[in-house]
Design a protein around this ligand. Sequence first.
Ligand code: DX5
Ligand code: ZN
Length: 227
Amino acid sequence: AHDFLIAPSILSANFARLGDEVDNVLAAGADIVHFDVMDNHYVPNLTIGPMVCKALRDHGVTAPIDVHLMVKPVDRMISDFIEAGASYITFHPEASEHIDRSLQLIRDGGCNAGLVFNPATPLSYLDYVMDKIDMVLLMSVNPGFGGQSFIPGTLDKLREARARIDASGRPIRLEIDGGVKVDNIAQIAAAGADTFVAGSAIFNARQESDPHDFDSVIQKMRAALAQ
Ligand code: DX5
Ligand code: ZN
């Protein structure tokens, strides 16, 4: 059995009151904060950068911040996010000129390092760097937007990634990102994931009567994982 982490993606939060949104999902039982960085170059959307990560730390967020870099090039953003208080930094191998160097930069900065795999990106990028990896992040949608549907073929890829991680004997987290909902999270866990990003499923679940209520959706996810 794995210890499961729930990682709300703040891409679907209200950016006009981001500090409160993050406080509220953490108070509702979320484990880590998934922070999507998009540059309108590697992906066709533009979001938030190191200043916003630093602002969350200054606001008092002590939970791990899981920075998912969808940027090209990556190395400059790695150093900036280390300075800004990131806990995990993951990047897409296609976006780095020197994957081993980028991983080493993250580790030298005291952060946990990971590679992100788009739906059609082969896991063979892991072949020679497994000893430098703390997290494998599989995209179950094409990156760039929240609210897309889970691509079913990702389940087989999760099983393959789980086998590689178990064979390595290292404590590597296996994270899934895209289209994770209360009704598919158990199946995703059964395929080997232990860390679950959910954006729209968490931030769109609020009742109009209580815009701060994330408890019920996070509890439903935990209940589904406990089965
Ligand atoms: C997409 C981002 C995801 C996104 C997931 O490129 O990496 O983290 O926020 O959103 P949902 O959970 O709505 O699919
Ligand atoms: Zn993400």
